[in-house]
Design a protein around this ligand. Structure first.
Ligand code: ADP
Ligand code: ZN
Length: 735
């Protein structure tokens, strides 16, 4: 493909001989040298099988050999795999991510080849198509088969028999008579081509202007990052679809990154309406056959558009020409285990290495992105109005100090009155509370004991429908005890605070006639359950929706006009760096569910601190002022994005050992200008899944190479087997 050649460096697919370096998908910091057997053609990026210890393992040729080991002592490559070599830009991306996240390059490579079987030759099956000979004996049944096969497509015996309404024997007879000829076809379904020209909506003037800007960025065929900043319901998806269409016209591939939770059939259907077919869909629950098919289709350029969760960033695109990050502010783009990368930030890096544009879409951009816009590093296009007649919802706060609920209840009389009005008008109500289960804490009235997880520093959450106490961190669960486990008092345990189940109980008392659904990950197992419940809500089969953050994102419920936030202060409790920003984003997103069609929406925030900056920003709609204040506050103390942060967690099932290792680490911490090491201190989750956790926080100026500091500190530090050290550059979780 022309554009691939134009962006590739000469060395990208150079034929190599003699010694080559091969990166292996294990936690190894660098590639190892191997000999190329004489007469074997190896390219940079070739997938090869190499011996490692007593095993044979698949790796990728990373470049010429380092020459560190003498040629006659090297082992040789065993086999070159028949698959398109990994593009140079992906290899450079893997190196970049490894360097930035302070991870072994091999661990990053593993993210890129995590599709079992993808490197094996495609499985074929035998199919038949019409040959030029006609059988000497013709029957009506044979005639029917020949008619079906007449369209030129190859089909299996079974398919031909079914379509023609005859027995398999009839088809086999035609094969014997050589009227049907055998061909090998791949077992896997082909990828339909999304068509740029199928159009479903006509854009408003504002939308058209934004789309034109994005299309121009795609046509420029060079790197740019653009924030698509539009209020909820303004048509951001329709607008970035135009950029997708432009990339398709150029014959290039497109990646649309979505928070996992937003990969719904609502999105897929919209894509299909616009482009005539669904995109390839990539997420963590995909069965391995589907992973293999998509990985291979992406590598060979047959899959044109992938809509995927964060790990799709590491797919081996052969000609990627555009990335879209939808809901770019979403914390789900941060990978928290293993290689801790942020898919939005690494998406920008991928676009810059590949010299193509990236579009970041959000109604509530992250502070990082807003600052990049202000500093002129990113472009911005704005959509200020909701599509069509819909207006933005009106947001009001309810002061829980002056309008408290009745004793033992959680909904203020003010909110209840509004709910009544909406229900009487035949409209839908959503109550939002980001807490699963019935009650977040179970307490003994007699001795004050709080029931905790035996393996984590966390309270057990009561799930009344399941009649158990559960830990949301490790999955531990136990039946609700009759007596207090500490003092033995009977019937003394009381549930403290509400979860969604408890709100549902209250709603059932106040509105016994209303049809209520709870939407939380506990009652939605698997994508099918999601689809079902969201379709039921769309079809007005529910009056009151009580939900956790699952309901906050992306959904379009035309009859929903009232949103009540049960506890707007909830996210502000864990006072981490982004608590305010994230609470604002989440509540703004929830508020955006109200009044998306003709009927105007209203939002009520129950809060004990309506004077808090987050509540004021939500009520006044002055988002940019809020972001500016947040930015100032962070700039004053040099926190991201104005400074750099890295978290280091030392953990072990052996508490004493973890402490000793952390103390040893502290002793050898290097000193560097503009770098402060905080800790060691017990992590907020000091015990997690039975492991004691001790944390350091490295705080550095913007200009500091924090990766070099971390390498200098940790590279030669010997870690006992029972201890794990995990490094998180740009941490989002401070637990
Ligand atoms: P956002 O992503 O900004 O929240 P969406 O792209 O989901 O907004 O659009 C909100 C709703 O308005 C969707 O149902 C969408 O199909 C519809 N919509 C947006 N723009 C148009 C348009 N130009 N013509 C018709 N419908 C539109
Ligand atoms: Zn636990």
């Amino acid at each position: 493909m022309a554009s691939e050649i134009s962006t590739a460096r000469p060395e990208d697919d150079a034929v190599l001989s003699g010694t080559v370096s091969v990166l292996i998908p294990l936690a190894l910091p660098k590639p190892y040298d191997y000999k190329v057997p004489p007469g074997v053609a190896v390219h940079a990026g070739s997938y090869v099988v190499v011996p490692l210890g007593t095993q044979e393992i698949v790796g990728v040729v990373w470049g010429e050999g380092s020459g560190e080991v003498r040629h006659n002592r090297l082992k040789a490559i065993t086999e070159v795999i028949d698959a398109p070599p990994m593009a140079g830009v992906l290899r450079r991306f893997i190196d970049w991510v490894a360097q930035y996240t302070v991870s072994p390059a091999g661990s990053v490579l593993r993210l890129a080849i995590r599709a079992p079987g993808a490197l094996e030759p495609p499985r074929m099956r035998t199919a038949y198509r019409l040959g030029s000979t006609r059988p000497s004996r013709m029957t009506p049944a044979r005639q029917r088969v020949i008619k079906v096969a007449g369209d030129g497509f190859a089909r299996t015996v079974r398919e031909l028999a079914e379509e023609a309404g005859v027995s398999d024997a009839v088809v086999r007879g035609l094969v014997e008579a050589q009227a049907l000829v055998a061909v090998d076809i791949p077992t896997e379904a082909p990828f339909p081509d999304p068509l740029a020209e199928i159009k479903s909506v006509s854009l408003s003037a504002e939308q058209q202007e934004a789309a034109t800007h994005l299309v121009a960025a795609v046509e420029a065929q060079k790197f740019s990052a653009t924030l698509l900043d539009g209020v909820t319901g303004s048509g951001k998806t329709e607008v970035y679809f135009e950029a997708v269409a432009a990339a398709l016209v150029q014959g290039r591939q497109v990646l649309i990154l979505l928070p996992e939770i937003a990969l719904t059939s609502q999105f897929m259907e919209r894509f299909e309406r616009r482009f005539g077919c669904r995109p390839a869909e990539w997420h963590s629950d995909l069965p391995s056959r589907a992973r293999r098919r998509i990985w291979r289709g992406v590598a060979e350029g047959r899959a044109r558009v992938v809509a995927g969760a964060r790990s799709a960033l590491f797919l081996p695109f052969c000609d990627l020409g555009l990335i879209v990050v939808d809901e770019e502010h979403d914390a789900a783009f941060k990978q928290e285990d293993g290689v801790t990368y942020h898919a939005r930030d690494m998406g920008v890096v991928r676009a810059s290495l590949g010299q193509f544009p990236i579009v970041l879409s959000s109604a509530t951009p992250s502070l990082e992105t807003s600052v990049n816009v202000q500093q002129g590093k990113y472009d911005v296009v704005r959509l200020a109005a909701r599509h069509g007649e819909a207006l933005l919802p009106q947001v009001t706060s309810i002061d829980m100090r002056s309008d408290p609920p009745e004793r033992g209840r959680w909904l203020s009389p003010l909110l209840v009155k509004e709910m009544m009005k909406a229900l009487e008008a035949g409209e839908q109500v959503m109550l939002f509370l980001n807490r699963r289960g019935y009650a977040p804490l179970t307490l003994c009235r007699t001795c004050g004991h709080r029931i905790e997880c035996p393996q984590c520093s966390a309270w057990l959450v009561e799930h009344r429908f399941r009649r158990e106490l559960a830990c949301h961190h490790c999955g531990y669960s136990a039946p609700v005890p009759k007596a207090c486990p500490s003092c033995g008092a009977e019937d003394a345990l009381i549930a403290c605070g509400p979860g969604v189940e408890r709100i549902a109980e209250e709603v059932a008392e106040i509105f016994p006639e209303a049809r209520t659904v709870i939407v939380s990950s506990d009652n939605l197992r698997g994508p099918a359950a999601h689809e079902e419940i969201f379709a039921a809500i769309e079809a007005r089969e529910a009056d009151i929706i009580i939900g956790t953050q699952i309901v906050a994102k992306g959904h379009h419920f035309p009859w929903l006009t009232l949103v009540g936030v049960v506890d707007a202060d909830l996210g502000l409790e864990n006072g981490d760096l982004r608590a305010g920003e994230r609470t604002y984003q989440l509540l703004q997103q929830v508020a955006g569910r109200a009044g998306r069609a003709e009927r105007p929406g209203r939002v009520f925030l129950q809060s004990f601190m309506p004077e808090h900056g987050v509540m004021r920003a939500l009520v006044s709609g002055r988002r940019d002022e809020f972001l500016a204040r947040e930015a100032q506050a962070r700039e004053r103390v040099s926190l991201p994005p104005f400074g750099r942060l890295a978290g280091i967690v030392v953990s072990s099932p052996d508490a004493g050992l973890a402490q000793r290792v952390a103390r040893d680490m502290a002793r050898i911490a290097p000193r560097a200008e503009d770098v402060t090491v905080l800790g060691p201190a017990p992590a907020p989750m000091a015990l997690l899944r039975g492991r004691t956790r001790i944390r350091f926080l490295v705080k550095a100026g913007r200009q500091v190479n924090i990766q070099a500091f971390l390498h200098a500190w940790l590279d030669d530090f010997k870690v006992p087997n029972a201890v794990r050290i995990s490094v998180d550059v740009d941490p989002y979780s401070f637990m």
